[in-house]
Design a protein around this ligand. Structure first.
Ligand code: AMP
Ligand code: GLY
Length: 374
C-alpha cells in the first residue's frame, strides 16, 4: 500500500527528498512539514491524521528526540534516535564512540597546547560554526570566547582530501551511498569563510587503496552501531579525510548532507524510497551527479534579501528552492543559500555555471571555480 509521508524541513535537501518520494510508486501523499507542525501533530495525535512515515532532513529535530516522540505514537521514522543523535550533537560523545570501536580520528591535544595549526571544536550543535582551525594563541582565545559556557576541545590538524559518505542504517546493517564531496568555502580562497556548502558532486573517484580502506571503515562503523545497540533506521554522515594512508573521521552528522544529498539523488538510478523502505541496494546512472548553490551576496553573514528571481526556461537542470519566498506567483530571495541547481551529466559544472549565469537575481553569488578534478 503506498504510504502517506511527511518530510521534515524546508531546504533544498528536503525538496530533493520530497521529489524523490513523490516520484516513487511507493508513496501516496507526500508533504513537507515544519518541526512545529510535527510537535503539534504529536500532541494531538488522537485527533489528527498522522502519516505512515516521517523522513527527517535537518539535525535539530533529530537531536531534540522527535524520532523517539513519533515512535511513541506509533509512527515509523527515517531518522536517528535521540541516543545516537549525540554522534552529531556531542563531538565528545562521537570521539568516545570512535575510541570504543577502533575508528581512526584526530588525536586530542591538551587545551593549552601550542602545536599550531590545531583545531578547536565546541561540543554542541553550532550550525556548522563550532569548528575552527587556529594558527595562534590569539586566534584560539578569540574563537574560544565565541561560545562562552560551552565545552570545547582541541585536536590535531589533519591535512588531506575530504569526502562525505552517507550511510543508511537499516535492519542492523549499513547501506552506503557512493562518496560525495562538497565545497564548504565561500570562494577558492582557503581563508574564506565556511558555508553550508557552495556545491557538491557524487561520485568521488577513489584509488583502489582508498576504496579498500573505505570499505574497512564502513564495516567498522556498521559493527560499532550494532555493538552499541543501535535500532533506528536513519542516516549517518561520515565526514572523512584521507591522511597517513587511511581515512580519519572529522565529524559525524545524523542526516544527509546538504548539498551532497542533491548530488547523490541526481546520480541515483533506482527508487530512493525503495531503498529506505525495503533496504534495496543503490544503483547509479552513468556520469556525475552535481549541485551548485546560488547564494545571495553577503552570505554567510548578511545576505541581501528580496531580489526578484527569474529562472531560465527549458533546461535539464533541476532547481530546488532553499531561501525563496513566493508572492503573487513571483519568487524573491529570502535567505543565504537561495537556489540549489542540480544535474547528472559527464561534465556537470560548466552546464550548471552556464545555467547560473542566466538566472536573474540582482545580488546572486555562486562559485565559478568549482569543477571536478579527477
Ligand atoms: P567538522 O564540523 O568537524 O567537520 O569540521 C568542519 C571542517 O573543519 C571539516 O570539513 C574540515 O575541513 C575542518 N576540520 C575539522 N576537523 C579537522 C581536523 N582535525 N584537521 C583539519 N581540518 C579539520
Ligand atoms: N555539506 C555539509 C553538511 O551538510 O554538513
Amino acid at each position: 500500500m503506498p504510504l502517506d509521508i511527511w518530510i521534515v524541513g524546508d531546504g533544498a535537501r528536503e525538496q530533493a527528498i520530497y521529489s524523490a518520494c513523490l516520484n516513487s510508486p511507493l508513496s501516496h501523499d507526500v508533504s513537507m512539514k515544519s518541526v512545529d507542525d510535527c510537535y503539534q501533530a504529536i500532541s494531538l495525535y488522537e485527533a489528527v491524521d498522522l502519516p505512515e512515515l516521517v523522513i527527517f532532513g535537518p539535525e535539530e529535530p533529530v537531536c531534540l528526540g522527535l524520532v523517539d516522540k513519533f515512535a511513541q505514537v506509533g509512527v515509523k521514522c527515517i531518522g536517528v534516535d535521540k541516543k545516537f543523535s549525540r554522534l552529531e550533537s556531542s563531538k565528545l560523545f562521537a570521539k568516545q564512540f570512535m575510541a570504543n570501536n577502533g575508528i581512526k580520528c584526530a588525536k586530542l591535544l591538551p587545551i593549552e597546547s601550542d602545536a599550531f595549526p590545531q583545531v578547536l571544536k565546541f561540543d554542541g550543535l553550532c550550525k556548522g560554526k563550532g569548528v575552527k582551525v587556529v594558527y595562534s594563541d590569539d586566534e584560539k582565545n578569540e574563537f574560544a570566547r565565541k561560545f562562552l559556557g560551552m565545552r570545547y576541545f582541541i585536536e590535531e590538524f589533519l591535512e588531506g582530501d575530504e569526502i562525505s559518505v552517507m550511510s543508511y542504517f537499516y535492519g542492523g546493517r549499513l547501506i552506503n551511498f557512493r562518496p560525495a564531496r562538497d565545497f564548504k568555502r565561500l570562494s577558492a580562497d582557503k581563508n574564506s569563510p565556511n558555508t553550508g556548502g557552495m556545491g557538491a558532486y557524487c561520485p568521488v573517484n577513489l584509488t583502489k587503496e582508498q576504496q579498500k580502506r573505505l570499505d574497512i571503515y564502513l564495516n567498522k562503523l556498521g559493527t560499532a552501531l550494532i555493538k552499541e545497540g543501535a535500532e533506528f533506521q536513519g542516516f549517518i554522515y561520515s565526514g572523512l579525510i584521507w591522511t597517513r594512508d587511511d581515512w580519519y573521521v572529522l565529524e559525524y552528522n545524523v542526516r544527509l548532507g546538504d548539498p551532497e544529498c542533491q548530488a547523490i539523488l541526481e546520480n541515483l538510478e533506482n527508487d530512493f524510497l525503495d531503498i529506505l523502505l525495503n533496504g534495496s541496494i543503490p544503483r547509479y546512472k552513468k556520469g556525475v551527479g552535481a549541485c551548485l548553490t546560488i547564494a545571495a551576496e553577503g552570505y554567510p553573514d548578511t545576505p541581501v534579501k528580496n531580489d526578484e528571481i527569474i529562472l531560465p526556461k527549458a533546461s535539464n537542470v533541476t532547481v530546488y528552492k532553499a531561501g525563496v519566498r513566493e508572492e503573487n506567483g513571483k519568487m524573491f530571495s529570502n535567505g543565504g543559500r537561495v537556489l540549489s541547481l542540480c544535474i547528472n551529466s559527464d561534465n556537470p559544472f560548466p552546464q550548471l555555471r552556464e545555467y547560473a549565469d542566466r538566472v536573474v537575481m540582482k545580488h546572486k553569488y555562486f562559485r565559478k571555480d568549482i569543477d571536478i578534478i579527477w
